[in-house]
Ligand binder design. Sequence first.
Ligand code: SF4
Length: 387
Amino acid sequence: MGRRQAPVRDRRRSELTNFFRTGYRAAQGAFLLLSSTDRWRRPFILIRRVLTAPMTLRKILNVPPVVASYLLSRLTRRPIVLGRPFMLMLEPSSQCNLHCPLCAVGAGRLTRPQGHMPLKQFNRILDQMGPYLLHLTLWNQGEPFLNPHLIEMIRYAKARKMTVLTSTNGHYLADGRMADRLVRSGLDDLIISLDGISPRTYRGYRKGGDLGRVLSGIDTMVRTKKRLRSARPFIELQFLIMKHNQHEIEPFRSLAKRLGVDRISLKTLQVETVQEARQFLPRRRSYRRYRVENGSIRLKGKLGHHCRWIWFCPVINSDGTVCPCCFDKDNQVPLGKAFNAQSMDDIWHGRPYRNFRRRILAGRDRIPLCQNCSEGLARLVVRKEAV
Ligand code: SF4
């Protein structure tokens, strides 16, 4: 009798497992589909990240308290923090090979120490935070591929079950060995900046750049993925829309198709001053995130007194300084030092973070760092299209 019941029990258990697995896959597919359309992309992007991330039970159980604490904080206007960050942005390098005029690194405006994040410190941070992370973004300022340990970093993160995204100006991909190592590393998403399809337009912003080298790098990546029969990394070409290149948007679309990348994104430009606005912003208003009126620039849309970054995703720069977000380019609001004995847990729950969250809830528009920030206004910032 007992012997007959055991296979029935096993069969039921496997049917149940299959049922949940199929449901989970169907939900994943539906969210991927919805989030690939322009209209539904934003609301679903976070959910998609959660659903498509490699999971462990600890990672799954950590998400609801973090999201709940963010929503509760918005509701009560008090900084409540539960759980651990499930996203992280790490800066592999704060140096760059180009001299883009609006970039703090490229224009030589960065005053904080510049260099590469040491692998040992990177591993130490991931050992602490990895068990809760769903997603790692590997960039901030600077060119990530200048860090000689970038591939080891990606591998170390992938071994800890999370999705990994990095972004590059594309000058280090033409080397077949690098492309091979990158595809084999398990990297999920790769953004490549390409703001012009003719050498003249390209160099109009990417000073010191070489369009031919970037195009050859993209081609090498696409061919390497095909050779290794790998769907990853998902390659996105990013086009910053400016005055001197806005006429190249259509040819950029066609070029992306010819190159065989997965997606393009058209991104509006961030400027700091009216002079920069006059020099760089495109003429077409729908391509701008600002209104330029009476000698001043103002973001379109209303700033809400909340911010997902400081509840979901700390930023750690190459010198170990923990900052609220990528808008803090020069350690303007240091919240801790990740390379010290201090743990990331202590920093995340520490007084500087708490005080900063309180200031955001009290009035984000009164914090200089946050006044030029698109968080919560993201629909104004970027448009993504499948190729
Ligand atoms: S600048 Fe924006 S993203 Fe950064 S802390 Fe302020 S509101 Fe958040």
